[in-house]
Design a protein around this ligand. Sequence first.
Ligand SMILES: C[S@@+](CC[C@H](N)C(=O)[O-])C[C@H]1O[C@@H](n2cnc3c(N)ncnc32)[C@H](O)[C@@H]1O
Length: 240
Amino acid sequence: MKNQGKNASPLFKGMSQSREATLFYGESVDLFAQIVKKNFVPGTYTLADLGGNKGEFLSKVTEKLPEYSFKSYVVDVNLGIEIGLNAEKIDGNILENKFEDKSIDIVFLRYALSWNPFDKQKDVLKEVSRICKGVTIIQHQGYNDVQISEQDKVFSKIFDGRIPEIARNDYFPTNLSQVEKWMSELGLRFSRVQNRKVENISNLFIEKYRLNEKDAQLIKDILSGCDYLMQTCWVLDFRN
Ligand SMILES: C[S@@+](CC[C@H](N)C(=O)[O-])C[C@H]1O[C@@H](n2cnc3c(N)ncnc32)[C@H](O)[C@@H]1O
């Protein structure tokens, strides 16, 4: 992933200023910790954070679970590991067979799916189902089922280079129905535990990429009338 944003690491840890970044990043720490607690009694588990960047998010979630012990892995194409995090960093692509079949109790996949080309996202879900023997938590930023083409039109404009800080060609925020269709086709057992519209999402980009005033105004103008993303979370259960 080429372009993470100057302020990405603090945001991934939930250290945000804007309401939108707090909804998107900060609140997931408790959400993921609660899902782990609900599904696993305190004990020792293998945990893989796929597309976990440097493990910033993982470090915050595991802090909330002191009664658990994890053998943790962070897989990402981005190099580096959060200082003080007790996890093994595995550099490379999620799709490169990083783990044995059914070797991981808990898989996290937060906001990683949409950074994979459209034709690879189902493969990522398939990989999750190959390695996970327990529970996978997927949080996703995507388009609204009823406004896909409108959203795609404006969001492609914010990444096409007119705002150099954000320029990228690898962002594919698929919509809920598409992701659920893939999961159904793969025969995955999932429940949707969150689906909400986060308005004024331009504020998240402004904070994450520390945009100057001119570009902040530009992104607001571009997204005007369509300034939101959907935030969805699924829990996939691979236990018998
Ligand atoms: C928006 S960041 C989120 C980081 C972290 N999951 C979090 O929520 O704090 C998405 C991350 O997923 C990683 N990623 C996406 N697809 C990947 C893939 N196929 N293989 C490895 N890393 C991937 C990117 O490199 C990036 O670090």
